[in-house]
Design a protein around this ligand. Structure first.
Ligand code: URA
Length: 241
């Protein structure tokens, strides 16, 4: 890969920045000061140092955002703030998108990445990657309704949902795990029991919980280890591929 392309792909520096840094003699590749931006480098093995700092190449980035209310899960919106607007410059790069959408009034864990294959893997219902939410309801929920939700409730438009897992956390608060992501899915599931969601927060994707130290509106990079936790738990895969 061209040196300028490699460095610019990580977001922090543009190709123009790279040109300037090379002119200033501030980029060293495999021990030699770089002289041209079109020098070919191997992304996996090249040792690149920029202004004295080792440059670490990552093909993809995975970001955990604690989405606050009022922010839309889109890459671009003329009116509202988007989840991408909350990504700090040091994590930002081209091609980022939210892997799965939360409604504007839903809060919690949004995974932002530039890895389309990974997004597909965690979003496809057939892979059974559970998304865990805490829902506060308008009315208490009956055993019968829980059973309906757990066995796959039929929405008012006739759509048959996949089975979900419910834990009663309070009279009107439930933990609900689903592995599909239809429009307003949980609100419509709860609506089908003649109840209403008052607030909804996503607290976990697969086995990876939202970092409790991450304040609403803040992002942090997901580590490689944590990435594995999305689809495995204690070494056991809990999605079917
Ligand atoms: N289900 C909903 O109804 N809304 C969300 O944002 C996520 C799941």
């Amino acid at each position: 890969m061209r040196l300028d392309k490699l460095i610019a792909s990580q977001g922090k520096y543009s190709r123009t920045d790279v040109k300037k840094l090379i002119k200033q003699g501030l980029i060293v590749v495999n021990g030699k000061t770089a002289t041209t931006s079109d020098e070919k480098v191997d992304p996996d093995s090249a040792e690149v140092v920029i202004n004295g700092e080792p440059f670490i190449y990552k093909e993809h980035i995975y970001i955990m955002l604690n989405k606050p209310e009022g922010v839309v899960s889109a890459t671009d919106d003329k009116v509202h703030k988007t989840v991408l607007d909350l990504v700090p410059p040091e994590l930002f790069r081209d091609g980022l998108f939210p892997a799965g959408r939360l409604d504007a009034d839903t809060t919690g864990f949004v995974l932002i990445t530039d890895d389309g294959d990974f997004a597909h893997k965690i979003l496809s219902p057939k892979n059974h990657v559970e998304k865990t939410y805490i829902a506060e309801l308008a009315d208490s929920i009956s055993e019968e309704d829980i059973l309906k939700l757990e066995s796959g409730i039929t929405l008012k438009d006739g759509y048959e949902c996949l089975p979900s897992k419910i834990k009663l956390l309070g009279e009107k608060i439930i933990e609900i795990k689903i592995c599909e992501g239809k429009y307003h899915q949980i609100k419509r599931m709860i609506g089908a029991t003649n109840n209403r969601v008052l607030s909804l927060k996503r607290v976990q994707i697969g086995a990876l919980p939202l970092d409790i130290d991450l304040r609403p509106g803040n992002c942090r990079e997901i580590t490689q280890e944590e990435l594995g936790e999305i689809t495995t738990k204690n070494g056991t895969y809990f999605y079917a591929e």
